[in-house]
Design a protein around this ligand. Structure first.
Ligand SMILES: NC(=O)c1ccc[n+]([C@@H]2O[C@H](COP(=O)([O-])OP(=O)(O)OC[C@H]3O[C@@H](n4cnc5c(N)ncnc54)[C@H](O)[C@@H]3O)[C@@H](O)[C@H]2O)c1
Ligand SMILES: O=C(O)CC[C@@H](O)C(=O)O
Length: 392
């Protein structure tokens, strides 16, 4: 039985993928083998030494201590694309809100409560809420992954010219991206040409404060900036300065911060990008299945720190081993298997950066499995060993 701790509210559609006979869901668990979460910040959390896997029901993993997990041999999973449509739809709403003063206008109309001549007041004052159309304007999309591609293609459908910037564009994304999207060679080129800019990149040490004083200095005057990716991608002080200078006409973000409140050109939403029933279910189901397959079989799909590794279950026991990606590991592992007279039926060894992961399907297991496990851990740089003997 595996104990799974939920750190946020997780859709029942996902939790139902974890059968009660094998998985015990407990939000209060002190020593869970698995964690499922959404945006909960795990950085200050102590990680129990029996923790095996962490599944993020969502795309961004900046709330998870990835390096620490890797060091402890814990794969972190996410759910690529599962909430992309929900975010795309909110970005389109943000695009229109950034252009037409819909929110300010609607709020102002409410102030007319009790006014006997609402129609007259409206016609006299509506000019203060005028805003440009988006058709024929240029939008720059930064990051052409699951969300960026959907936003870029939808913007074309709305009659906009689209420029994209993504130096790490995947083949999969390229297949889905319309050929009418122009490529910017640099971020500076994109921001200097765009009337609207939308950010769809992960937050990490390389992307933090991407929008800083220097980038705003070369941004087209009067641009509207949309940030449905992460607050930390924009330096808020530089942003407010850019608004004062008229470089940024309006900023729409999904990431509230006290310093952004009270400015009529900044519209802040309460992190609503993925808050649709459809996306909450998609993400929860995908996360739960990823964690389930890893706990049961050691199979890895959609991990941000471990290589993908899938060996269909054949009824034979298997041993999953993670270790540093260095020379002579296979030789050393093989010697331990030979010592314990284990015949290997199948072995898959995949690597990602500095980490390697193996699933070794065995024809037999030795009587003293603990001794085998101790010998494997004795190999320098082995991080985690799991014996998965489905027959019990
Ligand atoms: N508002 C929300 O609720 C919400 C929901 C989902 C995702 N997000 C955020 O949006 C981000 C993107 O989500 P996604 O599903 O599209 O992820 P994704 O991994 O599919 O796409 C990210 C893209 O960014 C590109 N990229 C990385 N670094 C870059 C850089 N420096 N410059 C340009 N491109 C760069 C990658 O090559 C990739 O194509 C997530 O990391 C998350 O932080 C927010
Ligand atoms: O879980 C959420 O509500 C937000 C998820 C979103 O920020 C993501 O990165 O996928």
């Amino acid at each position: 039985m595996y104990t799974i701790k939920t750190l946020n509210q997780i859709s029942q559609a996902g939790l139902s993928k974890l059968p009660e006979a094998e998985f015990h869901i407990d939000p209060e668990a002190a020593r869970p083998e698995g964690i499922i979460l959404r945006s909960f910040d795990m950085h200050s959390m102590e990680l129990n030494d029996n923790l095996l896997g962490v599944a993020r029901a969502g795309a961004g993993t900046n709330n998870i201590p990835i390096d620490k997990c890797t060091e402890m041999g814990i794969p972190v999973f996410n759910t690529p694309g599962a909430n992309a449509n929900a975010v795309k739809e909110l970005v389109l709403a943000g695009l229109l809100v950034s252009s037409r003063r819909i929110i300010n206008g609607a709020q102002w109309v409410q102030t007319l409560a009790g006014n006997e001549n609402v129609e007259k007041a409206v016609e006299a004052c509506k000019k203060q809420f005028i805003g440009p159309e988006i058709a024929g304007k240029t939008i720059g999309v930064i990051g052409l992954g699951a969300i960026g591609v959907l936003v870029a293609n939808a913007a074309l459908d709305l009659g906009m010219d689209v420029i994209g910037y993504d130096p790490f564009l995947t083949l999969e994304a390229a297949w889905h991206l319309s050929a009418s999207v122009d490529k910017a060679e640099t971020l500076e080129e994109l921001v200097s040409k765009s009337d609207y800019i939308t950010i769809h990149i992960p937050l990490n040490d390389k992307t933090r404060n991407t929008f800083d004083e220097k980038l705003f200095a070369v941004t087209k005057k009067g641009a509207r900036l949309l940030n449905f990716a992460r607050g930390g991608l924009v330096d808020n002080e530089a942003l407010k300065d850019a608004i004062e200078k008229g470089i940024i006409a309006r900023y729409i973000t999904d990431f509230p911060d006290e310093t952004l409140l009270g400015n009529e050109n900044i519209i802040v939403l309460p992190h609503l990008g993925a808050s649709t029933p459809e996306s909450e279910e998609n993400c929860a189901e995908m996360a739960a299945v990823e964690l389930r397959e890893y706990l049961r079989y050691g199979n890895i799909r959609n991990s941000v720190n471990f290589p993908g590794c899938i060996v269909p279950y054949s009824g034979k026991p298997r041993i999953a081993i993670s270790h540093s990606n260095i020379v002579n590991m296979i030789g050393q592992l093989g010697a331990v298997f030979t010592k314990h007279h284990i015949n290997i039926d199948k072995m898959v060894n995949n690597s990602k950066g500095e980490l390697a992961y193996n699933i070794i399907v065995c024809d037999n297991l030795p009587e003293n499995v603990n001794e085998l496990v101790d010998d494997l851990y004795a190999i320098h740089s082995v991080k985690k060993v799991r014996v998965l003997n489905q027959e019990g």
